[in-house]
Design a protein around this ligand. Sequence first.
Ligand code: ATP
Ligand code: MG
Ligand code: MG
Ligand code: MG
Length: 450
Amino acid sequence: QLRGYTPHRLHHCTPGRGRRLTLSTMFQPQNLREDQVLPLDGRSADLTCKSQRLMLQVGLIYPASPGCYHLLPYAVRALEKLVRTIDQEMQAIGGQKVSMPSLSPAELWRATNRWDSMDRELFKLRDRHDKEYCLGPTHEEVVTALVASQKTLSYKQLPFLLYQVTRKFRDEPRPRFGLLRGREFYMKDMYTFDATPEAAQETYGLVCAAYSRLFERLGLRCVQVQADVGSIGGSLSHEFQLPVDVGEDRFAVCASCGFSANVETLDVSQTSCPTCQGSLTETRGVEVGHTFYLGTKYSSVFDAKFTNTHGSVSLVEMGCYGLGVTRILAAAIESFSTEDCIRWPGLLAPYQVCLIPPKKGSIEEAAAELTEHLYDHITEAVPRLRGEVLLDDRTHLTIGKRRKDADKFGYPFVIIAGKRALEDPAHFEVWCQNTGEVVFLSREGVLELL
Ligand code: ATP
Ligand code: MG
Ligand code: MG
Ligand code: MG
């Protein structure tokens, strides 16, 4: 028997079963100016965007080295919620989740010539036998070599869609804006394998539709634009751009025919739409997703083949599809928040409810007890909120101060036990952060609302 790991103990570790989550015990280092911690080669860091500042202020992230952040408990909760939502959408179209190594042998990258062409963007290293590797910035080479190793692949097994959510490494020339442009970040990357170009293009449409559904569920109004194919290559490509002021991309949209493209592509002249000659409007955006139809660009290099309907062999038709997971988190905060207060897409808020009992000694202790009862009641009666309710037990602080913190943090619901909580029946002040509404509700009323 493992010492300390009795099933009994594990049971008691499950949140929402007799144990209350308290704010005072959260690991939340905060209020740091990034440039005080890590000067970038003598230059001051660009602490210039809202999401970066707010995420540092409330203790979601903490700087580690240029372009690298510690993701703290709240951020990890939000990230896990985002990953679950992505999983649902990817699996709804048949995606199978895998996890490929980050340590990527140089010979794979030499085979596609990207060892040289991506050169300075790659984090390169050697093992003790002097064998060269890079830390995966993307996985086209790795996944194609994996599929190519399956020598008996048949058309009957196609299509298949493999995806992963892993850390990616890129030696960005200008890491900045917090999680929007890191040197180590989370990406969801999907790779699809089809028998014919027509089938691959159908799959392409399927993944784009899944991306649109994902962004819709998150409440992010992304625009799907034609894109440059960059170093990944291929012939058909779109980006999902979220319009925000700090976006490093610019895209043009035609109001009359709906044409839209990243201004990097060649088809966009400065003023008029290439399809209808209508006028174009330019917007700043952050690239939250990117889709590519690759054809046989990678399968031809690694000889990834399958037996077709005629019994002979053909190269698989591929697509690749990226989502910037940590970038989406920061971009959502960038687009939803005010200058001073974080606002989340409802699905991603780290905790759904924050309960604020009165200040110690201010009014009767009974009100504090009432809040604790309410806590237990909510987590018992609403299973979906188990582990989602946080008690702000810093009762040495006034209600006003804690309410202000809750506003900054952006819990969707803040419930305050003030003076009216002691009336018969008790009434709690409920604050719906996303609408700004404040209502007084009985315990039953609160449960109904949640
Ligand atoms: P960018 O143009 O912003 O440098 P990219 O075109 O180089 O991005 P892709 O190779 O298309 O990026 O990667 C897929 C997705 O990964 C991007 O759409 C983006 O959301 C995310 N991503 C890329 N680079 C970073 C980064 N440095 N930090 C965070 N997310 C990133
Ligand atoms: Mg890039
Ligand atoms: Mg780009
Ligand atoms: Mg891209």
